[in-house]
Design a protein around this ligand. Structure first.
Ligand code: FAD
Length: 488
C-alpha cells in the first residue's frame, strides 16, 4: 500500500540503505543483507531481478522497477533470451566495464565483473554528453543519486557514477567481485573452458568458465593479440585538484568554469601568469561532491615554480615522482583554483585521495593510445572466446573534449550488440566484421554527428549513428583478428 511507514517492513529500510549507500563496500553489504532478508539468491541470475521485484513490494522501489522494466522490454534483448547461454567475464568495474555488464545482463547472459580495487575513491568529476545523461536518467540514476545533473553544467564524479552503475548491475544479477585482480587468461584444458587467472588465486572467480571476455581495465592494458596505435601530440601536462565541498551558500554562489581555453580568454590567462606566475593553456572547474579543477599547465611555469625539479626532454623522466615536488604542486594547483574563482571559495582545503593524501595529481597526456581492433576471437581445444575492449583501453580519451564516458558508453552498447550476434550464433568472422565496422566511427563521434533522438538509443548501432555504413568491413578484412587458422 502506498505511503506505508518504512518501519512496517524491514526490507524497505534495507532497500533504502542499499539505494543510498555511499561506498562500494556499503553497497555490497546492504545488497547482500537485502537478498538474505528477502531470500533471493543473486547467483540465480536468470530469475534474480524478477524475484527481487516480486518480493520487495515497496512503492519507492516501484519507480525504479518501472524504469528498468522499460529498458529490459526493448526488443533487442529478446526478453533476456538473446544471450541466455553466454557467460561473460568483465575486467574492471570502472564506468565502462559496469555499463557493458548491465547491457550483457539485460541480454540474458551470466556476467561476472572483476575489480582489483576494494573501494571507489576517484573524486574527479566528468563532464557528460547529453545522451549519457538521458541514458543514466532512464536507468533511474536520480533514485540513487538525487543531485545527479542538477547543476548548470552536466557532470558527475567517477565515484558516484560507479556507485550508480554498480547498484544497477547488482539488481540485474551481475556478480561483482572487488579486491580481485585479473592476471591473465587460462586456456581450456580437458573439458574445462576459458577461465581467468586471478589474484588472490583461491578466489571463486578463478573457476568461472566463460565464452566472452570484456577488457575494460582503463589505462593502456590490452590482452594479448591486440595492437595499440599511438598518437603523439605536443607536450601536454595536466593537473587535477579536488577540494572539500562543504555545500555552503557561499560555495554554491561561485560560478563553475566549463572550459576556458587560452585563445578565448587571453586576458584571464595573462593575469594569472603575471599576478601569480601560473601559466595555463586551459582550466575547468566543476562543483559536485568536491570542488574539482583540471588544467593544462605549461612546463616553463612548472619549472619556475619548482613543481618540476629538473628539465628532461623525456616526459616520463620529467614527471617521474622523484622529479616532482608535491608541496609545490599543491601550492600551484591551489593558487590556480583560488585565482580562477576570484578568491570566492572560502577555506580551500584539499579533499583526500585513495591514499588519504591531498587529492592533487599531475599527469601527461602528450600521447593518446587507441587499439587497432575492438575485438577478436580465440579458439583453443574447440572452445571459442570472443574478446572485446571497451572504455579507455579501447580509445584513450582526450580530457579537454570530455569524450571518455560518451565514447565509452557508445562502445559499451556496440560491444553488447556484438555479443548479441555471438549469442545468436552468427559466424565469428561476421560478428567481428560488424563490430569493426562500427568501431571505425567511434573516434569521429561528436554530439553533433550522433543521433539527437536519445529516447530511441539502444544497443543497435543504427539508432545512434545516422547515415553510417554499419557493414563497412567485410569478413575477409577481419581474418587476422581470428586467432585460429581453421576458423578462417
Ligand atoms: P577506468 O575508469 O579506468 O576503470 C577501469 C577499472 O578497471 C578500474 O576501476 C581499475 O581498478 C580496474 N582494473 C584495472 N586493471 C585491472 C585488473 N587487472 N583486474 C581487475 N581490475 C582492474 N571523461 C569524460 O567523459 N568527461 C570528462 O570531463 C573527463 N575528464 C577527464 C579528466 C581527466 C583529468 C582524466 C584523466 C580523464 C577524464 N575523462 C573524462 C576520462 C574518464 O575518466 C575515463 O574515460 C573513464 O573513467 C573511463 O572509464 P573506464 O571504465 O574505461 O576505465
Amino acid at each position: 500500500m502506498a505511503n506505508e511507514p518504512d518501519s512496517v517492513d524491514p526490507s524497505h529500510a534495507l532497500f533504502e540503505r542499499f539505494v543510498q549507500a555511499q561506498t562500494c563496500k556499503e553497497t555490497q553489504q546492504n545488497f547482500n543483507e537485502l537478498c538474505r532478508h528477502l531470500e533471493v539468491e543473486p547467483r540465480d541470475y536468470k530469475h534474480f531481478y524478477s524475484k527481487l521485484k516480486d518480493r520487495l513490494n515497496y512503492w519507492k522501489a516501484k519507480d525504479l522497477w518501472q524504469k528498468i522494466d522499460k529498458r529490459a522490454a526493448h526488443l533487442d534483448y529478446e526478453q533476456g533470451q538473446a544471450c541466455h547461454q553466454n557467460k561473460c567475464l568483465v575486467l574492471g568495474a570502472g564506468p565502462c566495464g559496469l555499463r557493458t555488464a548491465i547491457e550483457l545482463a539485460l541480454l540474458g547472459a551470466r556476467v561476472v565483473v572483476l575489480e582489483k580495487r576494494a573501494s571507489f575513491t576517484r573524486n574527479n568529476i566528468l563532464h557528460l554528453w547529453l545522451y549519457t545523461i538521458r541514458d543514466l536518467l532512464n536507468l533511474g540514476a536520480k533514485k540513487f543519486y538525487g543531485r545527479f545533473c542538477s547543476g548548470s553544467i552536466h557532470h558527475i564524479s567517477i565515484r558516484q557514477l560507479q556507485l550508480i552503475l554498480l547498484k544497477l548491475a547488482l539488481i540485474l544479477g551481475v556478480e561483482v567481485h572487488t579486491g580481485v585482480t585479473f592476471e591473465g587468461l587460462r586456456e581450456p584444458s580437458g573439458s574445462t573452458g576459458w577461465r581467468a587467472q586471478v589474484s588472490p588465486a583461491s578466489h571463486t572467480a578463478a573457476a568461472f568458465e566463460f565464452d566472452v571476455f570484456i577488457s575494460a581495465g582503463g589505462g593502456r592494458y590490452v590482452p594479448d593479440g591486440f595492437k595499440i596505435k599511438e598518437l603523439r601530440g605536443k607536450l601536454a601536462i595536466g593537473i587535477t585538484a579536488n577540494f572539500v565541498n562543504r555545500h555552503t551558500k557561499q560555495e554554491a554562489q561561485v560560478q563553475e568554469i566549463s572550459g576556458v581555453a587560452r585563445i578565448y580568454n587571453q586576458k584571464f590567462f595573462q593575469a594569472l601568469q603575471t599576478e601569480i606566475g601560473v601559466d595555463l593553456e586551459n582550466i575547468v572547474y566543476y562543483k559536485d561532491d568536491t570542488h574539482y579543477f583540471v588544467m593544462t599547465a605549461k612546463k616553463g611555469s612548472l619549472l619556475k615554480k619548482g613543481v618540476i625539479k629538473q628539465d628532461f626532454s623525456d616526459v616520463n623522466q620529467l614527471l617521474a615522482p622523484a622529479n616532482v615536488n608535491q608541496e609545490a604542486l599543491q601550492k600551484y594547483a591551489y593558487d590556480a583554483a583560488d585565482f580562477s574563482t576570484d578568491h570566492m571559495l572560502p577555506d580551500l582545503e584539499f579533499a583526500k585521495n585513495h591514499a588519504g593524501h591531498p587529492d592533487v595529481a599531475m599527469f601527461d597526456f602528450t600521447c593518446m593510445h587507441r587499439a587497432e581492433n575492438a575485438s577478436l576471437v580465440k579458439e583453443r581445444k574447440g572452445k571459442r572466446l570472443l574478446i572485446a575492449l571497451v572504455g579507455d583501453s579501447l580509445v584513450e580519451p582526450f580530457w579537454p573534449l570530455g569524450t571518455g564516458i560518451a565514447r565509452g558508453f557508445l562502445a559499451a552498447f556496440d560491444t553488447a550488440w556484438m555479443v548479441r550476434s555471438w549469442g545468436k550464433g552468427v559466424p565469428p568472422l561476421e560478428v567481428l566484421a560488424g563490430r569493426e565496422s562500427v568501431y571505425q566511427l567511434l573516434s569521429q563521434t561528436t554530439p553533433e554527428n550522433t543521433s539527437k533522438n536519445y529516447a530511441a538509443y539502444s544497443i543497435d548501432p543504427s539508432t545512434r549513428y545516422p547515415n553510417a555504413n554499419l557493414s563497412l568491413m567485410k569478413p575477409m578484412q577481419v581474418k587476422h583478428t581470428v586467432l585460429d587458422a581453421h576458423l578462417h
